[in-house]
Design a protein around this ligand. Structure first.
Ligand code: F0G
Length: 354
């Protein structure tokens, strides 16, 4: 017998670093333990050792499961009767799944027409109560905040402090896999909790002497929704990367802490550059991520152009969600070949053209 199947989720794996009580029921789908995959093509291109932390390998296909296992575990033991979040899609998918496991009804507020199809499918299939709003994520979150006075309602956005505690586990896993902290860490930034969560995780390991350094945190936004770059909220954020279409991030100050304490940066990339990175990581390194996730790769490519990548240094890019989340963007500009007869000639003529 091997022991490949002993992973039972990140709360159990990092129990001594999580706010969990002995005997407390853990709500888990065995999230975490995602692959840290070397990217040979991109590594060659930028002259460094680049790894992708492939968060699409989580049970609902995004990093949100890390925060949700912790937040829903707590909501369950606190006896919450309804769970709610505003979402650009992934948080709603994760909440829908974990709330189902906890047997607590959930409500998800999503911006009309601006959520990728796969994410909507997940919320539907897990039985979430879906409310589409004529507004964007920021307006949804404003509404959710107004419910925080009601004790029986659990707020499951990342303003819930347990979310960050779960999400910091990704930094532990990276250090455990590399045997050290990376030199730089590129990460998409939307509502801005994840960059902070990683920083908390890296700092915890460094302070406990498990690692001897922490990486520069390099946040990346889409330039149509880049409040960190402009220094003020964006009223009508726009980007093809709908996951990070957020103009007034809830964790603004916390993300600035991560940026400044680490000596990093938060920059913005155009949709064009994000789509270029989206296609590159899929077609050259075999990792299919959603557009918002490719912001981290776009940020790395830009940093390389600016000579900000030290040769042979170790770089991690978090790719936050699976490519299948957003099939519309993936298939928007492809030509599906015309159907042919199922003959050997047809296959051979195709092979001969390769
Ligand atoms: N990447 C993906 C795929 C996301 O879904 C999100 C956020 C981010 C990056 C940004 O992370 O907000 O911690 O800075 N999605 C949220 C949602 C807002 O509702 O699913 P962040």
């Amino acid at each position: 017998m091997n022991n490949l199947n002993t992973w039972t989720g990140l709360i159990n794996a990092y129990r001594d670093r999580m706010p969990i009580d002995q005997g407390e029921e853990v709500i888990t789908l065995h999230e975490g333990n995602t692959p840290l995959v070397p990217l040979p093509y991109i590594s060659d291109l930028v002259g460094a050792n680049v790894y992708a932390k492939v968060e699409g390998a989580n049970p609902t296909g995004s990093f949100k499961d890390r925060g949700m296992t912790m937040a829903v575990t707590k909501a369950k033991s606190q006896g919450k009767k309804v769970l709610i979040c505003a979402s650009t899609g992934n948080t709603s998918a994760a909440l829908a799944a974990y709330a189902t496991r906890a047997q607590i009804p959930c409500v998800v507020l999503i911006p009309k027409g601006k959520i990728a199809l796969g994410k909507l499918a997940q919320a539907v299939m897990h039985g979430a109560h879906i409310m589409q709003i004529n507004g964007n994520f920021d307006e949804g979150l404003r509404l959710v905040r107004e419910l925080s006075e009601i004790d029986s309602v659990g707020i499951m956005n990342s303003i819930n402090p347990f979310r960050v505690q779960g999400q910091k586990s990704a930094a532990f896993e990276i250090c455990d896999a590399l045997g050290k902290a990376p030199d730089q860490h590129f990460i998409p930034v939307g509502n801005a909790a994840n960059i902070y969560a990683y920083w908390v995780g890296y700092q915890e390991y460094e302070q406990d002497g498990i690692t001897s350094s922490s990486p520069k945190m390099r946040g990346v936004q889409a330039d149509g929704s880049a409040p960190f770059v402009y220094g003020f909220p964006v009223e009508n954020p726009e980007t093809i990367a709908t996951a990070i279409r957020i103009g007034a991030p809830a964790s603004y100050e916390k993300a600035l802490t991560a940026r400044d304490e680490s000596g990093g940066s938060i920059t913005a990339q155009t949709d064009e550059k994000i789509l270029h990175a989206y296609k590159m990581i899929a077609s050259k390194d075999g990792v299919f991520v959603e557009p918002g996730s490719a912001a981290s790769i776009a940020g790395l490519l830009a940093a390389h152009e600016n000579n900000e990548i030290v040769k042979d240094s170790t770089i991690v890019c978090t790719v936050t969600g699976h490519g299948l989340k957003d099939p519309d963007t993936a298939t928007a500009d492809i030509q599906i070949p015309a159907a042919v007869d199922p003959s050997l000639e047809s296959v051979m003529s195709l092979i001969d053209r390769l």
